[in-house]
Design a binder for this molecule. Structure first.
Ligand code: ADP
Ligand code: MG
Length: 782
């Protein structure tokens, strides 16, 4: 702990004392807010005029309140955790305060990378580390590799070029051999120092020039004349490139910032909880991460797994979890109408189902119904692999809403799904006396009008629809329950638009994308979530095989056999945005070949260029069994439920994600007939084949999702299907640091249970708001 931070920590009480203690608490808070605003501007890397003005305004205000300017300094230190003791004084005296090496130009360049404050710089962690403890001999340098070596300058000089320019050249020797160093820019900087006899530590990429090896713009450290060679072993951080800031400058800026401010950062994670989990001190962590001690393991450093990295990650995760918890608290303060889940109609609905609920469904229904019976809105995510039977739980909720005089809205991402839900709800809920309406983009105007009329009259219990539900201008004053299927296909605003049609309706979000636990905790930390794992009985797993293109014939044979048994099949081609045309051509060609190969069999073609009506029509023909084989370029119809379809053939399976393929194969084997998936894949790399092999071995979406996450990393995994859901984490990698999530979560809950609104910790509160702000809006509807 540095002298500053301990000084800073003792400062709070005197502040309130000076201002008159609790009687003037309101005033104090106001002042703190003003100062905080001024200071958050003032901790920007390069202080513009405006910030200086705000800072002195705040000082003025403090003075008017009978507080001597000298008191400002400690307040400043407390509120702006990154200020050094001289900072406030200098800021007050209107000098420009800045980090050495950062002027307006560099500050602008950094700002483009979202580095605005000293704190941002401190938490801009190295992308990797170079191990410079290994000092090579010059004779062993290898072209194409980076290396670090020491030596003495034997010759140096500026060499003019014919075009009027020139370059600086130096020869360095270590006794085993000599090598040339060249600078084409910044010559003046080195010219004087690179005199013969100078001893240097050199690091950089070795390249070939004619018959010699040389380095261009290597990194240099000048060694003390008396220092023995090998006295400067170091592990050197490398940062991701910031446009407009040369790598060495970047390193220097971070280095000086770290030396100057690492110990001034106030930790969010309470020391007790940090110690309990063996996490290092925050200041020490910042120092070791940016200026690693030579004894650290470079491999651990690169993997961001040192205790120092873990501490920083824990800080970030704590900030996230506090945000999530605050959101959750805010949400639960809203009032909703409790639904009559114990109404006899609900039991009647369960009894009337053509099947018995699985024990998993029963458990989840208990979780959902307990939420629905409360006077706060439910905000629950139901995650269940394809075919686990989520829809029926939505129906039961709708029945409870109806029994309480409320209306249910079901939002589906595509017309086909909406239509399908409409049929299912009609089959299962209509007999119970619930009227059901459907509204999609292709609902004709007269039907829309009549639907609106019926809704206004309270004649409709359940309205099912697509985006049209959101854009149509009608109110659903009795809206009590909202179901959003395949929720990740909707944006926050869209989900909210539906919630806004009623007053704090209960919300059930459904997703077929199994989410690994670590992600669930992050993405849905503030949502309650239920998981359906069990499949309804009588389903055999989808037999999955990966086959190379040469063996594609087997797929055609399997197709013929399925058709001979009177079953149906899907053939799916990948859809990659950039080459949409090519994909469509592939699928169209495949379709034509198939039509020729299977005379007398009706084959359908589904792709993104068709309009909604055509797509719906083809799908309906397929569902009715008239179209026997469906060739599709898209994977949009994730929830499609055609029991007679038993075979899935995927072309170019290597171009799909694992979770996506798993979703796809969920389209077959949905009824009593066993399903089969044949994944035709170019096994270009060992990795790709190993990836796909998991699908042959496992039928658990959760297991596959974990594996997918492990192989591809959280960013990409989320990028494809959960885009926009994960708040951007700068330090934490959910694969590597998953075990810190529960730690952060427990600490966040602990903090908030003592101080639910963080009144005693305005800095943390402001940081949460600054860091996450609107981005913590994911998941929730209202
Ligand atoms: P998903 O979770 O993929 O949305 P669905 O709700 O579409 O799954 O259900 C898949 C199929 O399983 C439907 O045909 C449904 O009728 C059937 N199903 C649901 N629950 C059961 C059950 N407990 N027993 C038998 N079949 C069921
Ligand atoms: Mg579904």
């Amino acid at each position: 702990m540095s002298q500053y931070s301990s000084a800073v920590r003792g400062i709070r009480a005197p502040l309130e004392f000076v201002l008159g203690g609790s009687e003037r608490a309101e005033r104090v808070r106001e002042l703190q807010q003003t100062l905080l605003a001024a200071l958050s501007a003032a901790t920007e890397l390069w202080i513009p005029q405006e910030a200086k003005r705000r800072f002195s305004d705040a000082a003025q205000k403090i003075a008017e309140n009978g507080v001597a300017p000298s008191v400002l300094e400690p307040i400043a230190k407390r509120l702006g955790p990154l200020l050094d003791p001289d900072y406030a004084r200098r800021a007050l005296s209107q000098e420009t305060v800045k980090i050495p090496g950062v002027g307006p130009k560099i500050a602008q360049a950094l700002a483009r990378k979202e580095i605005h404050r000293i704190e941002d710089l401190l938490f801009f962690l190295p992308r990797s580390y170079e191990d410079r403890r290994e000092i090579s001999k010059i004779e062993e340098l290898q072209v194409g590799h980076s290396a670090c070596f020491e030596g003495t300058v034997t010759r140096s000089g500026v060499v003019p070029l014919r075009n009027g320019r020139s370059f600086l050249q130096a020869v360095v020797s270590d006794g085993t051999a000599a090598v040339q160093l060249k600078w084409f820019r910044g010559i003046a900087h080195f010219q004087d120092r690179l005199k013969p006899g100078a001893r240097v530590l050199v690091a950089g990429d070795v390249r070939r020039y004619r018959y010699a090896k040389e380095l261009h713009h290597p990194e240099l450290e000048f060694l003390n004349r008396d220092a023995p060679l090998g006295s400067l072993p170091r592990i050197v951080p490398t940062y991701s490139h910031v446009e407009g800031v040369p790598p060495r400058t970047m390193r220097r800026i971070v280095e000086s910032t770290t030396k100057y401010a690492a110990d001034l950062v106030d930790a969010w994670l309470p020391e007790t909880s940090a110690r309990r989990h063996g996490l290092a001190d925050l200041g020490e962590s910042l120092r070791e991460v940016h200026l690693p001690s030579p004894h650290l393991d470079p491999e651990l450093l690169r993997e961001r797994r040192t205790p120092y990295h873990l501490r920083l990650v824990a800080e970030e995760l704590l900030l996230l979890q506090v945000g999530l918890e605050l959101r959750r608290a805010q949400f639960s303060r809203r009032a909703s109408r409790p639904l009559a889940v114990a109404h006899p109609g609900v039991q009647k609905a369960i009894d009337a189902l053509p099947f018995k609920l699985t024990s998993d469904q029963e458990r989840v229904w208990r979780e959902i119904s307990s939420d629905l019976s409360r006077a706060q809105p439910m905000n629950r995510m139901l995650i269940g692999d394809v075919g686990t039977g989520k829809t029926v739980l939505a129906i039961l909720g709708a029945v409870a809403a109806h029994a309480s005089g409320g209306v249910t809205a079901v939002l589906a991402p595509t017309e086909i799904l909406a239509e399908q839900h409409f049929e299912t709800f009609r089959k299962l809920a209509q007999p119970l006396g619930l009227n059901i309406g459907l509204l999609t983009g292709s609902t004709p105007a007269p039907q829309r009008r009549s639907l609106r009329r019926l809704l206004a009259l309270g004649e409709i219990a359940i309205v099912i629809g697509t985006h049209a539900l959101l854009t149509e201008s009608f109110d659903l004053p009795k809206l009590a329950f909202v179901v959003i299927d395949e929720q990740h296909r909707f944006g926050v605003a869209q989900r909210r638009a539906l919630g806004d049609k009623g007053e704090n309706p209960h919300v059930l979000l459904m997703s077929a994308t199994p989410i690994p636990r670590s992600l669930a905790l992050t993405v849905f930390g503030d949502l309650d979530h239920s998981v359906l794992r069990e499949r309804p009985p009588g389903r055999s797993p989808v037999e999955t095989r990966v086959i190379p293109p040469e063996a594609a014939r087997q797929a055609l044979d399997a197709l013929r056999e399925a058709l001979a048994r009177d079953e149906q099949a899907y053939i799916v081609y990948p859809l990659v945005e950039e080459s949409e045309k090519q994909d469509l051509k592939d699928a169209s060609r495949g379709y034509e070949r198939l039509v020729r190969a299977l005379p007398g069999v009706r084959v359908g073609l589904l792709h993104g260029r068709l309009d909604g009506r055509e797509r719906l029509q083809t799908m309906q023909e397929f569902a009715a069994g008239r179209v026997r084989v469906l060739v599709s370029t898209t994977v949009i119809e994730v929830g499609v439920d055609v029991h007679n379809a038993t075979l899935l053939i995927v072309q170019h399976a290597e171009r799909f994600g694992l979770a996506q393929l798993h979703q796809l194969r969920g389209r077959v084997g949905r009824g009593q007939l066993p399903g089969r998936a044949m994944l035709i894949s170019e096994p270009r790399t060992e990795d790709a084949s190993r990836r796909l092999a998991i699908l042959e071995a496992s039928e658990s979406g959760f297991e596959i999702a974990e594996e997918d996450l492990r192989i591809r990393g959280a960013g990409e995994w989320l990028g494809t299907r959960q885009a926009g859901h994960l708040p951007e984490l700068r330090l934490a990698d959910l694969v590597r640091h998953g075990e810190l999530l529960p730690v952060a979560r427990a600490a966040a809950r602990d903090l908030l249970s003592k101080d639910p609104e963080l009144r005693g910790n305005p800095i943390l509160r402001t940081s949460v708001e600054q860091r996450w702000g609107g981005r913590l809006d994911f998941g929730a509807v209202a």
